[in-house]
Design a protein around this ligand. Structure first.
Ligand code: ADP
Length: 582
């Protein structure tokens, strides 16, 4: 029952629909009492030979009117209660979606996408059921059950009612026990389903890798065993589930047995008329549904509670990116300064960055180079506050980046990540993603600067060409250039290119960077790259090694120094010569 309290905020919100629905339900429960009573009266009148055709017609008319009213009221309470339950699902879905959107990277590191999808589908469905069928069965079984029992006891025989209900406590105990078992097993089944979801999600995203390594068979085998796991856990649920109906049928049968046995005795002794006994057993028949419903109720509520608690625990997860209550509501600008002692990813043991101290004047270009894994991307993520560093600080415009509202801070950056991402939308929509209504001219200009305009004009629908699953597939280099156009259109205070041109050739990259230099004269640019030639012009070059700054300076200074940078540069020159010569 606790889940009803947990959902009380929603019931309050939908007060009118629920109250109307429940009132109608109560009326129907009452109307149900009429037919058995009339049947009993008719039987007694036949028995006493006092039934005339006029009387019979009157009774039949009442039966028909009762039936019609029940039909109409049933329709309306269903509409009220089930209709509200759908609204609850919608609200929860929206809440989850908003929450997912607001969560930082670290949230997605803790939860896998398949798991989150399972919460957004299965769990919400279970909660919806609680607010619909759950409320219905609770009210209906209590109201119908209660009224029927009162009718039996008050209008017919309280003695026979007590006798007929002897098996009831046993049923309550059994269904309660089943409910507990079911809760446990249902949670297990749900967890297995989440895992399976993950598997599918991962396989679909990684299908290229799976195929290219010829791992389809192994992958299918994996899937099949996880799928079998889901089945076996659901069978465990079904086993308990299946016990409900037979158990209740047996108990109901015992109730009938007792009432027919003792009832017949009472009729013979003259305590009860024949018609009353018939009414009584018909009432008993009416009790079957509330009893079954009561069994289901536990089942539905257990599922609803398990699911709602999972949803709540997800919603309760706070973003670990702290925003001060009095955070500055301005887009930062000015110099950027790293004063970072160390940074360790959440849940990891050793730091990935150590002693990162440097300063970029507004309008300057910084190049960051280093092997894969040396910490370049991490450094940029800290600047954008995808993660927060505790030991040390990063200043922007003379203040800690944590002093600004998160949204405002991010507005200062145009970020082109390594793993560029295009939406399934037109090329124009992809470029103008951050500023939808912008004039077409501006989009063309950005595309030209990113050296992708000519490519786009070759596509069948030019800027209106769809990309992604339903459209043309772009090459890696084309995708990168579209991503750059997207960032350029923002004309951000700070442009961050994280190895963003790795898939275009050196000449194209140089061309794009030259245009960037011209266009962004007083704006800061941070570039990480494998190709040293692309950052040679930077005002400051940092060479990262093992998470710390191993060398720093301009290109000329670093060549002069004769260390890591010089080695890398010479090797790349040699490679370029070989390529050209070849
Ligand atoms: P680079 O950009 O120079 O290739 P990264 O900054 O991506 O380097 O990675 C630096 C180190 O941090 C690597 O050892 C990598 O495995 C680790 N790392 C990167 N991202 C995460 C993460 N989200 N959680 C834990 N470790 C990470």
């Amino acid at each position: 029952m606790r889940v009803f309290f947990q959902l009380s905020w929603f019931f309050k919100q939908e007060k009118r629909a629920y109250i109307t629905g429940i009132l109608l339900l109560l009326i129907v429960a009452f109307l149900q009492l009429i037919p058995p009573k009339i049947i009993g009266i008719i039987v007694d009148e036949i028995h006493q030979k006092s039934l005339t055709s006029v009387k019979l017609l009157q009774w039949l008319l009442i039966l028909i009117i009762t039936g019609l009213m029940m039909y109409i009221f049933r329709y309306f309470w269903r509409k009220m209660i089930y209709g509200s339950a759908v609204k609850l699902a919608k609200e929860l879905r929206n809440k989850l979606y908003n929450h997912f959107t607001a969560m930082p990277q670290s949230f997605y590191q803790r939860h896998r996408v398949g798991d989150l999808m399972a919460h957004a589908t299965n769990d919400i469905q279970a909660v919806q059921q609680t607010a619909g069928s759950g409320v219905l069965t609770l009210v209906d079984s209590l109201a119908t059950g209660g009224m029927v029992i009162v009718a039996m006891a008050a209008a017919i025989s309280w003695k026979l009612t007590l006798i007929a209900l002897i098996p009831m406590p046993l049923m309550a105990m059994l269904t309660n026990w089943y409910g507990k078992l079911l809760h446990q097993r249902f949670s297990n089944a749900q967890a297995a389903f989440s895992q399976l979801n993950d598997k599918v999600q991962e396989s679909v995203t990684g299908i290229k890798v799976i195929k290219s390594f010829g791992q389809e068979k192994e992958n299918i085998g994996d899937f099949e065993s996880q799928s079998a796991n889901v089945v076996s856990r659901n069978i465990a649920v079904a086993k308990v589930d299946s016990l409900y109906d037979p158990t209740i049928s047996v108990i109901v049968a015992v109730c009938f047995l007792l009432s027919i046995g003792f009832g017949a005795k009472f009729v013979i002794q003259g305590e009860l008329s024949l018609g009353e006994l018939i009414s009584f057993t018909t009432y008993l028949g009416l009790l079957v549904w509330p009893m079954l419903a009561f069994g289901w109720l536990f089942n539905i509520l257990e599922r609803g509670r398990a699911s709602y608690e999972r949803i709540l625990s997800l919603l309760a997860e706070k973003s670990d990116l702290y925003e001060k209550p009095d955070a500055l509501d301005i887009v930062p600008s000015g110099n950027i300064e790293f004063r970072l002692n160390s940074f360790t990813y959440p849940g990891e043991d050793s730091p990935v960055l150590k002693d990162i101290y440097f300063r970029v004047k507004r309008g300057e270009t910084v190049g960051i180079v280093g092997r894969t894994g040396s910490g370049k991307t991490t450094l940029l993520k800290l600047l954008l506050r995808e993660f927060d560093a505790e030991d040390g600080e990063i200043l922007f415009g003379g203040r800690s980046i944590k002093d600004y509202k998160l949204g405002k801070l991010r507005e200062a950056f145009g970020y082109v990540p390594q793993d560029h991402f295009l939406f399934s939308a037109t090329i124009r929509e992809n470029i103008t993603f951050s500023s939808p209504g912008i004039e077409h001219e501006k989009a063309y200009e950005a595309a030209k600067a990113a050296n992708i305009h000519d490519d786009i004009m070759q596509f069948p629908d030019k800027y209106e060409t769809m990309t992604g699953e339903r459209g043309v597939s772009l090459s890696g280099g084309q995708k990168q250039r579209v991503s750059i156009a997207r960032a350029l259109l923002l004309d951000p205070e700070v442009l961050v290119l994280d190895d963003a041109l790795s898939a275009v050739d050196a000449k194209t990259e140089e061309g794009i960077l030259r245009v960037l230099r011209e266009k962004r004269q007083n704006k800061t640019t941070i570039i990480t790259s494998h190709r040293l030639s692309s950052i040679a012009h930077a005002n400051l070059i940092l060479v990262l090694a093992g998470g710390t700054i191993a060398e720093r300076g301009t290109h000329d200074e670093l060549i002069e120094l004769g260390g890591l940078y010089k080695d890398m540069f010479e090797r790349q020159q040699l490679e370029a010569q070989v390529e050209q010569g070849g």
